[in-house]
Design a protein around this ligand. Structure first.
Ligand code: HEC
Length: 402
């Protein structure tokens, strides 16, 4: 049998590999999405001879040392080309690698990543059940909304989805660890996006190809619906990326109102995307982007951490030896060259608190993760108290003043 340390080591490599593949496939997918939205919005009226061939949009570009001539057909060309590129595996492989990552990190590692016993004493299977049910339920709600009349009212549809996402983030934040709540919202949006490709866009395109092959006039309705779903995906790109990245920044998910911050970030992201979508159509409204940026700045100010408790207010200051002992009791079960934790058998992120010198060197990060936010100890596995945080915080301030 492999020894546990080697297994943990291999599993870290697997995480790294999956994360890498997830990012690469997502770049390919979102890159293609950005490119085609830009392309569609930048098409110009073609010359008469092209129009006669059924071409509705004309575009010239230069890239990588060559000219490209692009023609978009009104609905379809007269005959099927020999090779047709579909752009679907970018979406599917992003979803598959994402689902594997979620499973490996949050479901296989449910006890350490998903469950926060202070919020809800769930068993592993209960927590996994809630996670999977949220993804499935959320996806079904979205699909139902796409088949309802609401879908024809873009702004209202967007607003309803935003409210739903925020409510789901709130619900999850009541039962899951903060990070797990965020990542599930990201995964839900990603699932709806991949679902759009599979259930909306691909069937419409297959219908189109089929009609061309049979030489009949294609039905324009599914194609319009596919375009709409592709627009939904386009607006979701920036929010979903921001939510995924926020998972590395506790001032977002770890905040008391983390779920509301998520909603605000999604709104700002979609609004910023709107600027680019307008600009591609030749409508330049700088205020859309500027107001998105200003809203972002306001958010940063509004959610800033409360002023810190100073030494005078907490009573006596702890000594250096007490501070070191405090960090070692609460943190070194994971953050050590020889961790004693059952799950984290190698120091997470390479951070170790074995010596006073190591602790002093990491003071700023300790403050950021354990005092400004309560993100560490990880899911407060070692039961650090608020009083201990205040004492340690005061000690860090006093060290800085020395
Ligand atoms: C149960 C295990 C565990 C305990 C206990 C724990 N951590 Fe962590 N720590 C982690 C994991 C996992 C990561 C990597 C993921 C991350 O960065 O959030 C991490 C990462 C970190 C990082 C590196 C990332 C950065 O922001 O620079 C710091 C600093 C940190 N922890 C500080 C602490 C402090 C301070 C304590 C004690 C108050 C503590 N940790 C207790 C598991 C733990």
């Amino acid at each position: 049998m492999l020894d546990p340390q080697f297994t943990a080591y291999l599993s870290d490599w697997l995480h790294l590999l999956l994360r890498f593949l997830h990012v690469v496939t997502a770049i390919a997918w979102i890159g293609a999405s950005f490119y085609f939205v830009w392309l569609d919005n930048s098409l110009e009226e073609p010359p008469e001879w092209k129009k006669q061939k059924g071409i509705r949009g004309d575009l010239w570009s230069i890239h990588g040392g060559g000219f490209y001539e692009i023609a978009k057909y009104q609905l379809a060309p007269e005959s099927m080309p020999k090779h047709l590129h579909w752009f679907k595996w970018e979406a599917y492989s992003t979803w598959i690698t994402g689902a594997l990552l979620l499973t490996l990190l949050y479901y296989v590692g449910a006890s350490s990543y998903l469950i926060d016993p202070i919020k809800a004493a769930l068993s592993e299977w209960q927590a996994i059940g809630i996670g999977v049910a949220t993804l499935l339920g959320g996806f079904l709600i979205y699909e139902a909304a796409c088949r309802s009349p609401l879908v024809n009212h873009g702004l209202a549809f967007g607003m309803v989805m935003l409210v739903l996402i925020t409510l789901i983030a709130f619900g999850l934040s009541q039962v899951f660890g903060d990070r797990a709540a965020y990542i599930h919202v990201g995964a839900l949006i990603g699932t709806c996006m991949a679902g759009n490709v599979m259930l909306g866009i691909m069937p419409a395109q297959r219908g189109l190809v089929d009609a061309v092959k049979r030489g009949v006039q294609p039905d324009p309705k599914p194609a319009l619906m596919a375009k709409l779903r592709s627009t939904h995906n386009n607006y979701a790109t920036l929010p979903v990326l921001f939510i995924m990245l926020s998972n590395h920044y506790p001032m977002t998910y770890g905040h008391e109102y983390g779920w509301l911050i998520l909603g605000a970030l999604a709104l700002i992201g979609a609004w910023a995307r709107h600027f680019f979508n307008l600009r591609h159509r030749g409508i330049v409204k700088p205020w859309v982007l500027i107001s998105a940026f200003l809203a972002f700045c306001v958010l940063i100010l509004v959610v800033r951490p409360a002023p810190r408790v100073l030494p005078a207010q907490t009573g006596s200051l702890i000594s250096d030896a007490q501070a070191v002992a405090l960090v070692q009791t609460r943190c070194s079960s994971c953050h050590s060259a020889t961790p004693s934790d059952d799950v984290f058998t190698a120091a997470p992120s390479g951070v170790m608190f074995d010596s006073a010198e190591q602790i002093m060197r990491m003071m700023d990060r300790i403050e950021a993760r354990a005092i400004m936010t309560h993100d560490m100890p990880f899911l407060n596995k070692t039961g650090m108290t608020d009083e201990e945080r205040a004492q340690l915080g005061a000690w860090i301030v006093s060290k800085r003043e020395e």
